[in-house]
Ligand binder design. Structure first.
Ligand SMILES: Nc1ncnc2c1ncn2[C@@H]1O[C@H](COP(=O)(O)OP(=O)(O)OP(=O)(O)O)[C@@H](O)[C@H]1O
Length: 227
């Protein structure tokens, strides 16, 4: 479902004399439907950079990134938008939302964009918000003032509202108490059971061991180590 072949990434630092730094080289990996793979490696190894390339936020210098039928390297913006709507979900560590939009609508939004009827989208949003223990009194409020853990749970509800065939998870349990952490691990397990291919960064080692089938150490693709 997710296949990378010989992917490399450099950054050009325009504010520092156009210095070019090579961050990743020769990244090849495959994640099958129903599989959850953890990206590991030291701080600065390139885990977030790799996730951002797979989501299409950063463009790879070379190689191939395939998500289902879509080739992401050099894809047109509209193809990346379509991929994100239908196929590739992303739960980032921090919630970024348009101010003043109600929590319930933040969660239902990806479903509405897909053309799912409003009532059905709201029901699904309510189910996830309930499951993730967001008090009903907060549903009509914007999540911008919520606590870190509440924001993270809203983000998770949004990311799991649609059954994406592929999912990227950046520290999905980072700010959570044990009860909500267990809910998130159950959601990940259920997503795997329905066939989602998942790549995640989990500093929470127990969580990683519980839901991930294998680990890929990104340090193997950092140029200094690979050379
Ligand atoms: N936008 C950018 N411009 C320039 N350099 C960048 C950019 N993003 C990341 N880097 C560099 O790429 C390298 C990898 O960073 P990245 O954030 O991917 O590491 P990481 O493995 O996710 O680290 P951590 O575990 O600390 O979050 C670092 O040396 C970082 O400075």
């Amino acid at each position: 479902m997710i296949t990378l072949d010989n992917v490399s990434k450099t950054f050009t630092l325009h504010n520092q004399g156009s210095a070019v730094i090579s961050v990743l080289t020769g990244v090849s990996l495959h994640v099958a439907p129903g599989e959850c793979v953890a990206l590991t490696g030291a701080s600065g190894a390139g885990k977030s950079t790799l996730m951002r390339m797979i989501y299409g936020n950063y463009r790879a210098q070379s190689g191939s990134i395939r998500i289902g039928e879509t080739e992401l390297v050099n894809a047109a913006p509209r193809d990346i938008i379509r991929l994100r709507r239908q196929t590739l979900g992303y739960v980032s560590q921090f919630l970024r939302v348009v101010p003043r939009v109600a929590t319930r609508d933040v969660v239902a939004d990806p479903l509405l964009t897909l053309g799912i009827p409003a009532a059905e989208a709201q029901t699904q949003a309510d189910t996830l918000l309930t499951r993730l223990n967001i008090p009903q009194t907060l549903w009509s409020l914007s999540p911008t003032t919520f606590s870190g853990g509440e924001q993270q749970r809203v983000n998770i509800a949004r990311g799991f509202a649609h059954p994406y065939p592929a999912l990227l998870l950046d520290e999905p349990t980072a700010s959570l108490d044990p009860t909500n952490r267990a809910v998130v691990l159950d959601l990940i397990t259920a997503a795997k059971a329905r066939g989602a291919a998942i790549i995640g960064i989990f500093h929470d080692q127990e969580a990683r061991e519980q839901v991930c089938d294998r680990e890929i150490n990104v340090s193997a693709f950092t140029p200094q180590v690979a050379a």
